[in-house]
Design a protein. Structure first.
Length: 374
């Protein structure tokens, strides 16, 4: 009876506390396990399947996991908005924020399971999987995807959002590299991955576009913990938010305008993103005065590295691909650290929440009337 009561409580209040959220994630995973296993048995009834490739268990799991991750994330976030949230979690997200982050989870699941299936196939050359075993493996893989996605959605903090962005970019770009039809693409530049009409170009351009949308989400939620005790601080936070927003728009533009068909626009948005990053790092000292000095110095070092890379490229020492890859790692590595630092800024010394979204009101005087601001 106690166990039934606990389950009933979790179903009624899945986001009451950390324990109920974990239990809710497990219940969702269990439900997905049953449904996915049954569906897999129906799909795989034709006979043994290869591990990877067309018509394989790996392909089925990747597609099913992608759809599951997308749907579960949207459902979990929608339900979480109706109940109490973790103090560290993001505030209520807009529909396009939810859609872009859900798409990132779906693509990570898709490419991750495809890559894992290819590795397993190379480890078991010539092996096939029989229907019942394949259905059980598929059910477990899809259930694990549902569990991880639910946990991520129910406590999406700025730091976790940055981690999702980094994992998504790494998985998407490497999948594009591995599937590129031109093995010598690296002799030109990174944008060459988005030139052809095959899956490699689609994976690269889609990755960059969704990543740009996620950066626009970071522009809002990643700056919400910046203290704004004065009007000057509020203006500074607004400047940082706009710069991050434009970086996201320019990053999406890199994927929307491939270099072979929109050369001028592609180079403009790519260069504009780098310029915005330099302006953001240099101006952070004045826009957010409370930024830790160590983080400021690290940002200056990153900018110096980018300048040195540009000089080495113009002298012919480095090719453009090497410069773009290193700059890519620097910019998004800095973004992850920026989100961690702003999240720390929104936490008091005792670890409690200290968000200051509005200018503080004057404290009331002992007589009950409010004192005038000085």
């Amino acid at each position: 009876m106690t166990a039934q009561l606990r389950v009933r409580q979790v179903l009624r209040h899945p986001f009451r506390n950390a324990e109920s959220r974990e239990s809710a994630a497990l219940l969702i995973a269990a439900g997905v396990l049953v449904v996915a296993t049954v569906v897999s048995l129906l799909v795989f009834r034709g006979g043994p399947l290869p591990i990877a490739g067309p018509g394989s268990i790996g392909q089925f799991v990747a597609l099913a996991a992608a759809v599951t991750a997308f749907g579960v994330f949207i459902a979990a976030v929608t339900v979480s908005h109706a109940g109490p949230q973790d103090a560290r979690a993001l505030p209520r997200m807009r529909w396009f924020d939810i859609a872009s982050i859900a798409a990132a989870h779906g693509v990570i699941a898709l490419l991750g399971w495809i890559g894992m299936a290819n590795i397993v196939e190379r480890s078991f050359v010539g092996a096939v999987v029989f229907p019942v075993s394949a259905a059980l493996l598929a059910g477990v893989a899809i259930a694990v995807t549902a569990y991880l996605t639910t946990v991520s959605a129910m406590s999406m903090t700025p730091t976790r959002l940055s981690l999702v962005l980094m994992v998504f970019l790494v998985v998407g770009v490497f999948a594009s590299m591995l599937s590129a039809t031109d093995p010598l693409w690296w002799q030109k530049n990174l944008s060459t991955l988005g030139v052809s009409d095959d899956m490699s170009a689609l994976a690269f351009n889609l990755t960059v576009i969704i990543a740009g949308l996620i950066v626009t989400t970071i522009a809002h939620f990643g700056t919400i913990d910046i203290p704004v005790d004065t009007e000057k601080a509020r203006r500074g936070r607004r400047v940082v938010r706009i710069e991050l927003l434009l970086m996201g728009v320019f990053l999406a533009g890199v994927g929307l305008f491939p270099v072979d068909t929109h050369f001028a626009i592609h180079n403009t948005v790519a260069s504009g993103m780098a310029v915005l990053f330099v302006a953001l790092v240099i101006g952070l000292r004045w826009h957010v005065p409370g930024t830790p000095r160590v983080f400021l110095m690290l940002g200056y070092a990153f900018v110096l590295i980018i300048v040195v890379l540009a000089v080495l490229f113009t002298t012919g020492y480095y090719n453009l691909t090497a410069v773009e890859l290193i700059a890519f790692l620097i910019i998004f590595g800095w973004l992850m650290l920026f989100l961690r630092n702003t999240a720390a800024a929104g936490t008091g010394a005792d670890g409690g929440e200290r968000r200051t979204d509005a200018v503080s009101e004057p404290a009331p005087s002992p007589s009950g009337s409010r004192t005038l601001p000085q």
